[in-house]
Design a protein around this ligand. Structure first.
Ligand code: NCD
Length: 321
């Protein structure tokens, strides 16, 4: 448990996993564990953020991230307002700057933004006094997804990360989830393997702190966890993947390949899953799969993030009982 007396969260915003120290990370995950206890009670609401306002500004589609930020804020008694591209003046050509300034004029405490452009969250963070949380920006970063993945693995691995091996499988080139997870899990001493067709590996991957495997059978051998990634067809140029059935034959995580991993291997997927394309249905429904634990962890982790960004700026340090 982080030392409550000496610890101080100093970040106005959460834009990236890079900015988190080991101490921030441990404190945030410990806090999320406390919120998870609250989430399992019959009455799940605490008054901690009463009077605070959280705006969910999601310019890209989302099921899990948007809903869980909304649930997280409401469980802490904050008021939430959602704004998307459709139904907003972005559709009438309003700039991100003007939309941001308009939202700020309503004096929110936190704005969670999801945007297709890398750097959109950082742009708002520099422009606005509200705390900005990056809910996913282009290919760049998705810090709360990496935090909830880490939280799920921490539970599965009883907080022993060092020397464990995680395979990230699939469309890594277009994945903000992969980038944020690699940064965070390397800090905890997890070895990372990547496996993808050459066209779905990021440029410059040879400089990343990972091992790259072209074949799934060798990549999955003895790993402690596999993170399957969705093919980000909406971000791909034509021609990167000429044949989806060939892709699934070579890179879909099925029972046969999972049998090559460590016996108690865990399977993660940020969702939404394409069953039969990157993950076999039988694997998605198997006891190895943590997908629904990840969703539950998402609420607790986002409660911790909202708490730290608001209450700790005002000098409160402890989660409510
Ligand atoms: C991911 C995202 O949007 O980056 N999903 C999520 O947040 N749960 C991954 C994806 O869309 O494939």
């Amino acid at each position: 448990m982080a030392n409550e007396d000496s610890y101080n969260w100093t970040h106005k915003d959460l834009l990236d996993t890079k900015e988190l120290s080991q101490e921030d990370l441990q404190h945030l995950l410990d806090l999320a564990a406390q919120f998870q206890v609250i989430n399992k009670r019959p009455v799940k609401k605490v008054p901690t953020l009463k009077g605070k306002t959280v705006i969910l500004f999601f310019v890209e589609d989302s099921t899990r991230t948007k809903t869980s930020f909304d649930v997280a804020a409401k469980r802490l008694s904050a008021d939430t307002f959602a704004l998307g591209r459709s139904g907003s003046s972005l559709n009438k050509g309003e700039s991100l700057k003007d939309t941001g300034l308009t939202l700020q004029a309503m004096n929110p405490d936190v704005i969670v933004i999801r945007h297709s452009s890398s750097g959109a969250a950082e742009y708002l963070a520099k422009l606005l006094p509200a705390s900005i949380v990056n809910g996913g920006d282009g290919w760049h970063a998705h810090p709360t997804q990496a935090l909830l993945d880490t939280f799920s693995l921490r539970q599965a691995w009883s907080n022993n990360f060092f020397g464990k091996t995680l395979l990230i499988l699939g469309d890594i080139a277009h994945s903000r989830v992969a980038r944020s997870n690699i940064q965070l899990l390397r800090k905890l001493g997890v070895n990372i393997r990547l496996c993808a067709p050459r066209t779905l590996l990021p440029a410059g991957v040879e400089h990343w702190p990972v091992e790259v495997y072209p074949e799934l059978a060798s990549a999955v051998r003895d790993v402690d966890a596999v993170m399957c990634l969705r093919l980000q067809l909406e971000r791909q140029q034509a021609g990167l993947l000429p044949d989806l059935s060939e892709y699934s034959r070579r890179f879909c995580l099925d029972q046969k390949h999972l049998g090559l991993a460590a016996p108690d291997v865990r399977v993660l997927h940020p969702g939404p899953m394409n069953r039969g394309l990157e993950i076999a249905s039988s694997v998605a429904d198997s006891p190895h799969c943590l997908v629904l634990d990840q969703v539950a962890a998402g609420v607790a982790v986002r409660m911790a993030v909202l708490f730290l960004l608001t209450q700790c700026r005002e000098g409160r340090k402890n989660a409510p009982d």
